[in-house]
Design a protein around this ligand. Structure first.
Ligand code: G3P
Ligand code: CA
Length: 283
C-alpha cells in the first residue's frame, strides 16, 4: 500500500525537466551540423584525383594478399596495391597480413618460423600461394600501378625496413612506392634506409597524429577513416603542412563513408572493394 503511494508521488518527472531532456538531442544535432559546416567552409579545395587503393589487393573479391587478388585489383582499375610484408625463417620477404598463417592458409604457426619452401606449400585460398614481395613488386612495375607495402610487425623482423626498401630500389620502383607502418620507429627506419623513401605512418587514433612533424617527415599520413569522422580537421592540417592523407577503413566501409571521406578532402582511400570505390569516384 505504502509502496504504491510512493510510486505515484515520484512519477511522472516535472515538466521543466522533460522539456530540458527534449532539447538535448536537437542541440547536439545543431552543434554537429555547425561543426561539420564550419569544416566544409574552411577545408579548402578538394584533391583533383583521389587515389583508389586496393587494400590487401581488394580482399572482398579474392583471397587477400595473393597474386590473384593483385592481378584482379589492376583489372578493377586500382591506382595502388596495398599489401603487408613479413619475413620467412630463411630471410625472404613475403606478403601476408597476420603474424601467423592460421587465418589465411591451411597451415598453423608463425610466419617467421616457416622457410619460403614450407610457406609456398600452403594454400592461401583458392589454391593460391603466399607471394614473395619481389613478385608483387614485379607485377606492380609490369602494369605501372603504385605500391603501398606495409612493414607488418617490424619489431619481429630486425632490419626488415631496410630489406623492403632495398627490394624496391633493386626493382627501380622507389618513385612509385609509399611504405607504411603502425610503428613510428619503423617509419623513421624506412626513411633512414634511403632519403628518397616516402613512408606513411598508420594511425588508429587522431591524437597520435602530428601533422606538422610526423615521423620521418612523412609526406603522406594514413589515419583510420573512422577517426576523421570525429576530427576531419586533421585533413586540413595535413594539407596546410603540405602532406597528403590516405585513409583505411576499420569497420565502416560503405559508399556513404567513402563519400564522406572524399568530402573531407582525403587524397586516397584503401578499400577491400575497388569496384564500390570506383562507382563512388564515378570511374
Ligand atoms: O595499411 C593500412 C591498413 O591495411 C592497416 O590495417 O590491419 O589491414 O593492415 P591492416
Ligand atoms: Ca596493411
Amino acid at each position: 500500500m505504502n509502496d504504491q503511494k510512493n510510486l505515484s508521488v515520484s512519477s511522472p518527472p516535472p515538466k521543466r525537466r522533460r522539456r530540458r531532456e527534449c532539447l538535448v538531442f536537437p542541440v547536439i544535432l545543431l552543434a554537429l551540423a555547425f561543426y561539420y559546416a564550419l569544416y566544409f567552409l574552411l577545408r579548402g579545395p578538394l584533391p583533383a584525383n583521389p587515389q583508389l587503393i586496393a587494400h590487401r589487393g581488394g580482399a572482398d573479391y579474392n583471397p587477400e594478399n595473393t597474386m590473384a587478388a593483385f592481378r584482379h585489383a589492376v583489372e578493377m582499375d586500382a591506382d595502388w596495391l596495398e599489401m603487408d610484408v613479413q619475413r620467412t625463417q630463411d630471410g625472404v620477404l613475403v606478403v601476408i597480413h597476420d603474424e601467423t598463417v592460421d587465418r589465411t592458409t591451411n597451415g598453423v604457426g608463425n610466419v617467421g618460423d616457416f622457410t619460403l619452401e614450407q610457406l609456398r606449400a600452403l594454400d592461401a585460398g583458392n589454391g593460391e600461394q603466399i607471394p614473395t614481395f619481389e613478385e608483387v613488386i614485379a607485377l606492380a612495375k609490369d602494369v605501372n600501378v603504385g605500391l603501398l607495402p606495409e612493414a607488418k610487425s617490424p619489431s619481429l623482423y630486425p632490419n626488415v625496413e631496410t630489406e623492403m626498401v632495398n627490394a624496391v630500389v633493386e626493382a627501380d620502383y622507389l618513385s612509385q612506392t609509399v611504405f607504411q607502418s603502425f610503428e613510428m620507429e619503423a617509419v623513421e627506419n624506412l626513411h633512414r634506409a634511403n632519403a628518397a623513401v616516402v613512408a606513411c605512418p598508420l594511425y588508429r587514433l587522431w591524437w597520435e597524429v602530428d601533422a606538422s612533424a610526423p615521423p620521418g617527415d612523412a609526406p603522406v599520413l594514413c589515419p583510420m577513416a573512422e577517426m576523421l569522422l570525429v576530427n576531419p580537421w586533421l585533413v586540413r592540417e595535413a594539407h596546410r603542412a603540405g602532406r597528403e592523407v590516405y585513409v583505411w577503413f576499420g569497420v565502416l566501409e560503405n559508399p556513404m563513408m567513402m563519400r564522406t571521406m572524399l568530402a573531407f578532402g582525403v587524397d586516397g582511400l584503401m578499400t577491400n572493394d575497388p569496384l564500390m570505390l570506383g562507382d563512388v569516384l564515378n570511374r
